[in-house]
Write a protein that binds this ligand. Structure first.
Ligand code: ZN
Length: 477
C-alpha cells in the first residue's frame, strides 16, 4: 500500500511538470475547486496553478440507532467524492472518527491537481462508506470501506473504529480478548477463512502474513454473538481485488479468552464452590486416602490444551513422575488433538470442560447436552478414551448435581486464581500453604506462569513426600 502511494506521488510530480499547455475542456462549474482548475489549465505557467480544494462541508443526513450519519459529497465533471461516516455524539470519539476519515479525504485532495489531468470523472474518485455494528447499548464499531481511484491506481482499504460511548474511549481487540492467549487460535481461524476465499494462495504464506500482522489493535468488530477480524487482501499480494476478508469467530468458541466473561465470573470463581467437592467433603481432617499411605494430591488443569504451555507442562510432569488431570475445552481439543493424545498416553486423566466453555446452568437441556457430548467426542477422537469426569466451567452446576451425561462432576478445593494473578510464586505459595492429603488443586495450563507455578509445587510437594495422582485414581474410578 505504501509503495503504491509513493509511486502515485512520483507520477503526480511528473504530470504536474507536464501540465503546461495542456488544454482542459472542463465546463465551468460553480465549485471553486473546478473553476480553479480550469483557470490553471488555461494558464501557460505552472506556477500559477492553484491546487483544487474540496469545498463541500459535511452534512448530517440522518440518524440510525443512536449514530448520526454524516455525508461529505462533492462532484464535478472531473472527479467525485462521496464520503459517509458516523458520529456518536461524544466529542472525543467524534474527533477521532473524523480524523481517520479526513486523513483519506486530505490525501485524495492533495492528489487532485494531478489527477484532474484525467478526463473522466470515473477515473478520479473517493468513496468511503461505513456500517455500524453494535455490541451493546454503549459499544459500537464503525466498519469503514474506503475506495479511491486516481491516475489509474486503485486504492482500497478497510478500517474499523470500536468506540465505547459511555467511557468516551476507543476500544481495541485486546480490550475484548486475552490477546496473547487467543492469538494462535485467531491466526488459525483467519488463515482458514482466507484460504477458503482464495484457494490459490499458499497456506503457509497466508499464515505467516497473518501472524506478523495480527496485533492487539488490529481491525475487528464485535456484536452480541460474534467477534469478526478483517484482513485487507493487499496483505496477501492481491491488491487488485480491492477486497477485505472477514473472519467471523463465534464468541462461544473463544469463551475462554473473553475478558468480559472472566470479569463476569470473577466473583463466582473466587468463591469456593457452593458445595465442597467430593474429595474434601469427606471431612478434611480424615481424608480418604487411596490404597497407599503416602500423601496424595491432584493437580488439575482447566481450559487447555495450549500449543506451547501444555507440552511444557507435560515435560515437567514427566520429570517428576507426576500424574495430573486435564479438563479440556472441546473446541481446543479439535485444534490441538495431538497434545491431548500425548497427555493420555503419559497416563494423565482427561476430563470434560464442555465444548466452548459454557456456563451449563444457563443453557437449555438440549444445548447443555450438546456442549458436553461434543467435547466428549472431541476427546475420544483425540485420544481414544471416553471422559469419566466433568468439570463444569465456573464450577456452575445445578444444586446437588453430581454427574452430567454419566460423567462425574469434579470441582476443587484449592483455587489460587492463577488466571487472575499470573504470578508463579504467589500461585505456588497459595497452594503450598493450603495443601493437604487428598487436595484437588485448580490451575489453568493456558498460562506460562501457571506452568511455572506447577514446577514449584511439584518440587516442593515431592520433597514433602506427596504423590501426584489423577482425580480418577483418587476416586477409585
Ligand atoms: Zn474453565
Amino acid at each position: 500500500m505504501r509503495k503504491q502511494v509513493l509511486s502515485i506521488l512520483l507520477t503526480a510530480v511528473m504530470l504536474l511538470t507536464m501540465l503546461t499547455g495542456c488544454t482542459d475542456d472542463a465546463s465551468p462549474s460553480s465549485q471553486p475547486a473546478s473553476s480553479a482548475s480550469s483557470e490553471a489549465s488555461s494558464s501557460s505557467s505552472p506556477s500559477s496553478l492553484v491546487l483544487p480544494q474540496i469545498s463541500a462541508s459535511p452534512q448530517i443526513i440522518g440518524e440510525d440507532d443512536g449514530v448520526r450519519i454524516i455525508r461529505l459529497r462533492e462532484e464535478s465533471d472531473q472527479y467525485y467524492i462521496n464520503v459517509l461516516y458516523g458520529a456518536l455524539k461524544v466529542p472525543e470519539l467524534d474527533a477521532m472518527i473524523k480524523d481517520e476519515v479526513y486523513r483519506r479525504v486530505d490525501r485524495f485532495e492533495q492528489h487532485l491537481a494531478s489527477a484532474l489531468s484525467e478526463t473522466s470523472r470515473n477515473d478520479t474518485y473517493l468513496t468511503i462508506d461505513y456500517e455500524q455494528v453494535r455490541y451493546n447499548a454503549d459499544i459500537v464499531t464503525l466498519v469503514f470501506e474506503s475506495r479511491e481511484k486516481r491516475l489509474g491506481q486503485f486504492i482500497h482499504d478497510s478500517f474499523t473504529l470500536c468506540m465505547n460511548t459511555s467511557t468516551a474511549q476507543r476500544m481495541y481487540l485486546k480490550d475484548f480478548v486475552e490477546f496473547d492467549e487467543a492469538k494462535d487460535y485467531l491466526i488459525e481461524q483467519s488463515a482458514k477463512a482466507v484460504k477458503k476465499r482464495y484457494p490459490e494462495l499458499d497456506e503457509g504464506m497466508v499464515r505467516d502474513k497473518i501472524r506478523s500482522n495480527l496485533k492487539d489493535d488490529s481491525d475487528f468488530f464485535v456484536d452480541e454473538t460474534t467477534l469478526t477480524l478483517l484482513f485487507d487482501v493487499d496483505l496477501f499480494g492481491l491488491s487488485k481485488y480491492g477486497d477485505t476478508v472477514q473472519v467471523p469467530i463465534p464468541r462461544a468458541d473463544i469463551d475462554a479468552y473473553l475478558k468480559e466473561k472472566r470479569e463476569a465470573v470473577q466473583s463466582q470463581e473466587s468463591q469456593p464452590p457452593q458445595e465442597p467437592p467430593t474429595a474434601s467433603s469427606a471431612a478434611p481432617t480424615t481424608p480418604t486416602p487411596p490404597a497407599q499411605t503416602a500423601k496424595v494430591v491432584c493437580l488439575t488443569f482447566d481450559d487447555g490444551p495450549h500449543p506451547t504451555n501444555t507440552p511444557a507442562l507435560l515435560n515437567l510432569l514427566e520429570q517428576y513422575g507426576a500424574k495430573a488431570t486435564f479438563f479440556v475445552v472441546g473446541s481446543r481439543v479439535e485444534q490441538y488433538g495431538e497434545i491431548v493424545g500425548r497427555a493420555a498416553s503419559q497416563g494423565h486423566a482427561v476430563g470434560n470442560h464442555t465444548y466452548s466453555h459454557q456456563n451449563l446452568t444457563k443453557l437449555s437441556q438440549e444445548d447443555k447436552t450438546a456442549q458436553v457430548d461434543r467435547c466428549a467426542r472431541a476427546i475420544e477422537n483425540a485420544c481414544g478414551i471416553q471422559p469419566r469426569l466433568i468439570r463444569p466451567p465456573y464450577g456452575a452446576r445445578l444444586p446437588g448435581e453430581t454427574s452430567i451425561n454419566g460423567e462425574e462432576v469434579t470441582l476443587w478445593d484449592i483455587d489460587p486464581q492463577d488466571w487472575k494473578y499470573r504470578d508463579a510464586q504467589q500461585v505456588a505459595e497459595h497452594v503450598l500453604s493450603r495443601v493437604q492429603d487428598g487436595s484437588i488443586v485448580l490451575l489453568h495450563d493456558l498460562y506460562a506462569t501457571s506452568v511455572e507455578a506447577a514446577g514449584i509445587i511439584l518440587q516442593e510437594l515431592s520433597a514433602q513426600g506427596y504423590r501426584f495422582i489423577t482425580v480418577e485414581e483418587l476416586r477409585g474410578i
